[in-house]
Design a binder for this molecule. Structure first.
Ligand code: NAD
Length: 434
């Protein structure tokens, strides 16, 4: 048998940019930290993946079959944890890449959880509420044998929310015969959700930005003051981006640009985020909001701001547009929004990157709190949730800064090393079965 060189050979996993990017970043971290090559090769591929067909009856009476996935990347530290994405471009490789990021994220922030991810290849905007419910329930049934409170615990991601989690929890519980809230997180409060979960990812993004601004100040580097002189642009105004925009607006900084898949808004004097959210409450969109000009997503990315928060999808800052990006801090609210070549250019330029597995970890941290509260049937106040979230995020931020100065590497590599290091020790201790 020839020696395993750790080279990624399977096209099955590596067909998406997101997966390839995640592996290249892992390889760079592995080289920098001199990771045991046997561990490195195991981490490049997921432990287990399931592809399911999800047939549902549409409102017009016809039957349509969607493709669904659940990938468990690594479960050394505990049950799998990761969101469910409903998006027309979801595929096995992308889900595998996202599951890999979840492994390193959970490890970095010290959770007793492994990395997983799921998805259905569907445009959720084309589904009626009834069709969305049927799709969610049938998908849950199809992946039923690999999820559970002790096995793998889904949560919301792009295109899914607390209502989808309620349907998943109900479907799983119906099959078992009693209520099992711990099978998913990001549930509505009424059925065992946690206070502060809905806001946790966006809130965590803002905590890391505050730490970054303080770090730059403490180390004598130019950085934002986090007051009315600081400008921010938010790409993707969804569950993560809208909360981050609101929280950072409430700190007194100026959010000058926001966008969603259809386009964006700009006001050089700062957008009134609470007012935009109430406009959206009435109109379901911010299109037509009077106190701003319309801009495109590309214009948003090129807006001269201090802080850019990409909080939509992966691969938005690329070698092609990175030259136009002017922000001094980029907070990766989304998973994988910066491609590797673009990252190198930004780092060379001195841009401070807050890596996704650190920046958006607030969601999985409070998901973990939700899971713990559910197991104990003992629920915490929102103040307690937020205080614990802030503490975990601060420790993780400090850990990444320490690793960065130890290895003299970029923030992205440092975050991965911090995540991989804990996992590496656990994998070596557990050994290889059989
Ligand atoms: P969401 O569906 O609530 O919001 C996504 C937003 O991005 C929407 O405003 C959408 O219109 C916009 N968008 C989609 N495609 C776009 C494009 N091509 N250009 C510009 N805007 C676009 O999703 P979310 O839960 O906010 O997730 C956003 C990102 O954050 C994803 O990468 C997700 O994996 C990551 N994330 C989410 C959580 C969470 O708790 N929801 C946790 C960690 C990471």
């Amino acid at each position: 048998m020839s020696e395993n060189t750790g080279t990624l050979t399977s096209h099955l996993w590596s067909s998406s940019d997101l997966y390839r990017n995640a592996v290249l970043e892992l390889q760079e971290a592995a080289e920098t930290m001199k990771l045991d090559p046997n561990i490195a090769s195991r981490l490049q591929v997921p432990k287990r993946a399931m592809i399911v067909s999800v047939p549902i009856r549409l409102d017009n009476g016809s039957i349509r079959v969607f493709e669904g996935y659940r990938v468990q990347h690594n479960m050394t530290l505990g049950p799998g944890k990761g969101g469910i994405r409903f998006h027309p471009e979801v595929n096995l490789s992308e889900v595998a890449g996202l599951a890999m990021l979840m492994t390193f994220k959970c490890s970095l922030v010290g959770l007793p959880l492994g990395g997983a991810k799921g998805g259905v290849r569907v445009d959720p905007n084309q589904l009626s509420r009834q069709e969305a419910q049927a799709l969610t329930r049938r998908y849950t049934t199809e992946i039923n044998m690999i999820i559970g409170p002790d096995k793998d615990i889904p949560a919301p991601d792009i295109g899914t929310d607390a209502q989808h989690m309620a349907w998943m929890m109900d479907t799983y519980s119906q099959e078992k015969g009693f209520a099992i809230p711990g099978v998913v997180t990001g549930k509505p409060i009424e059925i065992g959700g946690s206070l502060g979960r809905a806001e946790s990812t966006g809130r965590g993004v803002v905590y890391t930005i505050q730490h970054a601004a303080k770090h730059l100040k403490d180390t004598g580097k130019p950085g934002p003051k986090m007051d009315g002189s600081t400008t921010v642009a938010v790409h993707g105004f969804g569950k993560v981006g809208a909360v981050a925009a609101l929280e950072i607006h409430q700190l007194g900084t100026k959010v000058v640009a926001i966008s969603d898949v259809h386009g964006g808004l700009y006001n050089k004097n700062g957008l009134n985020i609470p007012d935009i959210l109430s406009f959206m409450g009435k109109n379901r969109t911010f299109v037509g909001y009077p106190e701003a000009e319309a801009i495109t997503n590309e214009e948003l990315l090129a807006t001269p701001v201090d802080i850019l928060i990409p909080a939509a999808i992966d691969g938005v800052i690329t070698a092609e547009n990175v030259g136009r990006v002017k922000a001094t801090i980029i907070a990766e609210g989304a998973n994988g929004p910066i491609t590797l070549p673009a990252l190198k250019q930004l780092e060379e330029r001195g841009c401070f990157i807050i890596p996704d597995i650190l920046c958006n970890a607030g969601g999985v941290i409070v998901s973990y709190f939700e899971w713990v509260q559910g197991i104990q049937n003992f629920f915490w106040s929102e103040r307690e949730v937020n205080a614990k979230l802030a503490e975990v995020m601060e420790n993780a931020f400090k850990k990444v800064i320490d690793v960065r100065s130890h290895y003299n590497c970029g923030m992205k590599t440092a975050a991965l090393i911090a995540g991989v290091d804990r996992l590496n020790r656990a994998m070596l201790l557990r050994g290889l079965f059989p």
